[in-house]
Design a protein around this ligand. Structure first.
Ligand code: TTP
Ligand code: MN
Ligand code: MN
Ligand code: MN
Length: 376
């Protein structure tokens, strides 16, 4: 944790990618309230309000100590009237009536439940809500409304809504590595997402795969998933092949600067046996139903060629807000476009290469922020 002297709130920089944001901080009761309002705004499609609340919460996570008086908010970046009012309410009453009202509303609770399902976004959840659906049972009675991904999400809802622990992520890494190395010796499997930022639990496990020889990595995922499938470990998977063709297209991709990247990827639900010795895939018809002997875990696999690896690593480590801020900083302050494929200067029409995350921060004129300090 940063010490009190390390960060002077008065000089806190405006972009989250310019700040150190540790996982554990001093303002949890305020950030939880602001994140609830951000989430609720997202449920109503209010992207602007979502980002305002999230930015305010993110600033509080970077503070060297707790807010104990509303006067401490003065001079903080990204703190508007509404967020200040919430903090003031919490300081005075220990509770915010607005936040409590949101949390107790049928709308918020239903949208939270539905969007928690694998494969269900705000749009779908909202549609179901407007159709009068409220519970998982309601959805199970309307299976024709569900696609294959959502159906798997509901089938494994209990397992998927419980946290994945770090030791479980490590166990899955060993299973994935074993399969990857069998298919492509010399390939590397890197744990990304929240676990790389030091989180002890997460909603899924994210891996980035590459190989030191450019091009060797292409087409890896179908073979890896085939192998895992033959071991009875795949409960659901959806693989997309990469859709960048050549460097020209990559430049185009960087210049588009969209949220979703063009890498070969797989969104999956894998079966994690409780102990490797208690699992005998050849003995039965496979773990189609979650049993007490293990658990279903969401796993994301992404494959990047080595020349783009640093950008993919930075892009898949998160947090989501840190990524959004990095891109906003690049665009607004440096007139450059950053995404998980590269860093592009539209005026100079040049892509800046990077062999490491440090290189990318240097290109942007930013101090290097370690993964554990990207919990913005
Ligand atoms: P997530 O796995 O959604 O989030 P997380 O790992 O930070 O937290 P959790 O513990 O809840 O899993 O995403 C990880 C990072 O991957 C996120 O910072 C942004 C990036 N990402 C993309 O670049 N593209 C995508 O399509 C998705 C889903 C994520
Ligand atoms: Mn501290
Ligand atoms: Mn994750
Ligand atoms: Mn993920």
């Amino acid at each position: 944790l940063p010490t009190r002297s390390q960060v002077d709130p008065g000089s806190l920089p405006a972009y989250a990618c310019q700040r150190h944001t540790p996982l554990n901080h001093h303002n949890l009761c305020f950030t939880e309230a602001l994140e609830t309002l951000a989430e609720a705004a997202g449920f109503e499609g209010s992207q602007g309000r979502l980002i305002s609340f999230r930015r305010a919460a993110s600033v509080l996570r970077a503070l060297p100590g707790p807010i104990t008086n509303v006067s401490q908010l003065r001079g903080l970046p990204c703190f508007g009237d509404h967020s200040s009012r919430i903090v003031q309410e919490l300081l005075e009453h220990g509770i915010s009536s607005e936040v409590e009202r949101v949390k107790q509303s049928e709308r918020y609770q239903t949208m939270k439940l539905f969007t928690q399902i694998f494969g269900v976004g705000v749009k779908t959840a909202d549609k179901w809500y407007r159709e009068g659906l409220r519970t998982l049972e309601d959805l199970q009675g309307q299976t024709r409304k569900l696609n294959r991904q959502q159906e798997a999400g509901i089938r494994h809802f209990e397992d998927l809504s419980s946290s994945v622990w770090r030791h479980e992520a490590d166990a899955i890494q060993r299973v994935v590595e074993e399969a990857v190395w069998q298919v492509l010796p010399g390939a590397s499997v890197t744990l990304t997402g929240g676990f790389r930022r030091g989180k002890l639990q997460g909603h899924d496990v994210d891996f980035l795969i590459t190989h030191p020889v450019e091009g060797q990595e292409a087409g890896l995922i179908p073979k890896v998933m085939g192998l895992l499938e033959s071991q009875g470990l795949v409960l659901y998977q959806h693989t997309q092949s990469n859709h960048y063709q050549d460097f020209k297209d990559l430049e185009h991709k960087v210049s588009q600067s969209t949220a979703i990247d063009a890498y070969e990827r797989c969104f999956s639900i894998l079966w994690l046996p409780k102990s490797p010795t208690s699992f005998h895939p050849e003995a039965g018809e496979g773990p189609k139903e979650p049993s007490r002997d293990g658990k279903a875990v969401r796993v994301d696999l992404v494959v990047a060629p080595i020349s783009q690896f640093a950008f993919a690593l930075l892009g898949w480590t998160g947090s989501q807000h840190f990524e959004r801020e990095l891109r906003r900083f690049s665009r607004a302050e440096k007139q450059m476009l950053l995404n998980s494929h590269g860093l592009y200067h539209p005026e100079k029409k040049e892509s800046l290469p990077a062999a490491s995350e440090e290189d990318i921060f240097t290109h942007l004129g930013l101090e290097y922020i370690a993964p554990e300090q990207r919990n913005a």
